[in-house]
Design a protein around this ligand. Structure first.
Ligand code: 5GP
Length: 127
């Protein structure tokens, strides 16, 4: 596997503080912020601070500490924003787009957390 990471992508610029963001949570390894074009009342993007292009890149090459922290942060956000079913929330969906078929726009790994309204079925037919 040999992913090329483009350090001019928009999330790299957010991590360097060159572009502002609405931070929801931040740790040593992970940043979470509101999506600029929210698709639901809850639409948070969770990103690792390391230079990973997409999910499989992150899962293969990140340290155990980075991977654990990323998921713990995502779970905390689901609880804190009241969408986790465990806390009586109505639920949420996590999405991670990778590559062309998934229409990944930003080539820095990110997980979308969506919730706060009924989200419908998982996929629609492609055009
Ligand atoms: P993708 O299609 O790559 O899975 O999702 C990229 C997401 O990044 C989109 O939902 C888009 O609205 C969001 N996005 C793009 N540029 C910015 C930005 O400058 N700030 C924030 N907060 N979100 C952005």
């Amino acid at each position: 596997m040999a992913y090329d990471y483009d350090d001019q992508n928009i999330f790299a610029k957010i991590l360097r503080g060159e572009i502002p963001n609405q931070t929801v949570e931040e740790t040593a390894h992970t940043l979470a912020f509101n999506d600029i074009y929210p698709q639901a009342p809850v639409h948070v993007l969770v990103i690792p601070k390391g230079a990973y292009v997409c999910f499989d890149h992150f899962a293969a090459e990140a340290s155990d500490a980075e991977i654990a922290d990323f998921h713990r942060v995502a779970a905390k956000i689901c609880a804190d924003l009241g969408v986790a079913p465990d806390g009586g929330g109505a639920g949420y969906r996590t999405i991670s787009n990778a590559g062309e078929d998934a229409v990944q726009e930003v080539p820095h790994y990110h997980m979308h957390i969506l919730g706060g309204r009924p989200l419908g079925r998982m996929l629609q037919k492609a055009d």
